[in-house]
Design a protein around this ligand. Sequence first.
Ligand code: KIV
Length: 278
Amino acid sequence: MSAPYNPPSAPEARSSRITVPALAAMAREGRRIAMLTAYDASIAAVCDRAGVDVLLVGDSLGMVIQGRESTLPVSLPDVVYHTRCVAAGAARALVIADLPFGSYQASPEAAHSSAVAALQAGAQMVKLEGGAWLAPTVAFLVTRGIPVCGHVGLLPQSVNVLGGYRVQGKTADAAAALMEDARALVAAGAAMLVVECVPNAVGAALAAAAGVPVIGIGAGPSCSGQVLVIYDALGIQPGRAARFVRNFMAGSDGIEAAVAAYVAAVKDGSFPAPEHCF
Ligand code: KIV
């Protein structure tokens, strides 16, 4: 019998970076997943030291880094640049790159070339916004070795269709459609889902049914983990914070302590509290 294949010991092969199967195991075992957005190497390193499991290079960078009104102006080169920065700073956390508006919707092939750029910049997974209509694209990517995180519920890239940033899945029909979207994405191979701004009951139903880790943002405490935009978690936002946000700088004596407080609150289930939920 031949010896098992040992991959070359490149730096990343020697590291103890969290993997996609490790996240699945955490969710299965009821260990909550702490995820934050990051856009640069220094913050990525702080998050890594503080125990964040997953760093999302979110297209929220359009709003919090670039000062734009929505995520729509973000380009693939923007995401690639920030992914390279985050990957350089994070040794342990799994890095997810958001595929930006216009870079994946037109065809599976377009999504593939965007996702390849993101993975070559240092991401281990890509995130796409949309429901069942994206299932063929998810299957196309997964078949070609690209892990995919779906994003359902409030879809910021569809703000012009939705007419604003509103809680989704509030009626029985809307909740059922959301569940079907999630089912189709997972059946196509999505290894994780983000669910944004839905009532607690919908977040809980999704987490119970999905069979993959479900990371909530404004989706209640029953998800497999939570994500926030890091600037929100650090109390840096120009206007009034969204209901699902908690400022972890309050009571912390620095950024790393605030991030550690976020990780602890996600892991022990104290965040989100009822006042952060819909
Ligand atoms: O872009 C982003 O930051 C996101 C999170 C809100 C989940 O998609």
